[in-house]
Design a binder for this molecule. Sequence first.
Ligand SMILES: *Cc1c(COP(=O)(O)O)cnc(C)c1O
Length: 366
Amino acid sequence: MREFSVRPEIMEFDPYKPGLTIEQIQAEYGLETVIKLASNENPLGTSPVVQKTIERNAARAFRYPENHTPRLVEEISRQVGVPEECVLVGNGSDEIIDMLFRMKAHPGRDNVVCYEHCFSMYRMCAKLAGVEYREVPRGKDFALPLDKMAEAADENTAMVIVTSPDNPTGQVAHVEDLAVLAGVLPKDCLLVVDEAYVDFTWPPESYTPVQAWDKFENLVVLRTFSKAYGLAGLRVGYGILPPALMARLKNARIPFTVNLLAEEAAIAALRDETFYNETLQLVMSGREYFADELKRLGCRVWPTQANFVMFQPPKNAMDVFQALLERGIIVRPLKSFGLPDCIRVNVGTKQENETFIKVIGELLRG
Ligand SMILES: *Cc1c(COP(=O)(O)O)cnc(C)c1O
């Protein structure tokens, strides 16, 4: 077979490793029922209201969507309380992350500052964009190292990225500390706060800087419909950006990356308060249940403001992961995050949560 050359950056690329799917595990272990608690998806599934909306719009799939999804932008602007000129919708917030790396950072010159054990997309996008990736060490118990990030930023730092709540540790940054960080960054450097899990914080105003978006000149906030809104499969997320930057990115982006059904579904999801509130309730009680039960089983458990819990079992984490898999429960081992002793498990339905605790209890006691 003929070999073709590709850009040197992608010759030996470290691919993104997604969580395993239910179908893969059913086939591999001959299991009928498999519980997936590995990708931080919504335990309630897709809202019935949103499902109806998708069905109602199915016949329109032959049309191109409206470029830049103006109706969704309007709805986000109203709900979040920021001007439409600040809102950029993407094919998942991953698309916005990718756009920021490709369009804000200068290849071969700029760097981006993150911290260790963070979401792997940032490193991946940096590599692809030809941008230096700087990772600063974290504080005790994985505290988010905002001071060290400020120290690591220089005149060639295009952005500093904080995930809050953090994946996979569940840690959060407080809004006052984010404001301090934003204030000390070099003039051309953005503070990007990836708020994929912000819906699950309480109270949100202590954590998200979005309310004061007009007091910051260098703030970018990223949000997604993949977690609390249950639309991971449709791929919709958005960024809130300084308007001048937003206008530049919008001009240069690929058209129509957000599809017509995704726009309709996201609008319906934003209006479906009942489903959203039920999700939050389930997640908040579920994470407490997990923390209590896992501690009782001798695990080390870190506090979390997200829809998942990170824990260290008293036995080898990879063995525990594998044994759970064979019993039809998929969780996320954190070796690829540089945390080989830890596991991340997301909150499921009440019944899924109880099954998980029962099965891991048998494994850890046995
Ligand atoms: C899930 C997640 C996202 C959201 O990704 P989408 O592309 O919107 O599905 C972004 N950042 C982090 C840290 C995440 O865990």
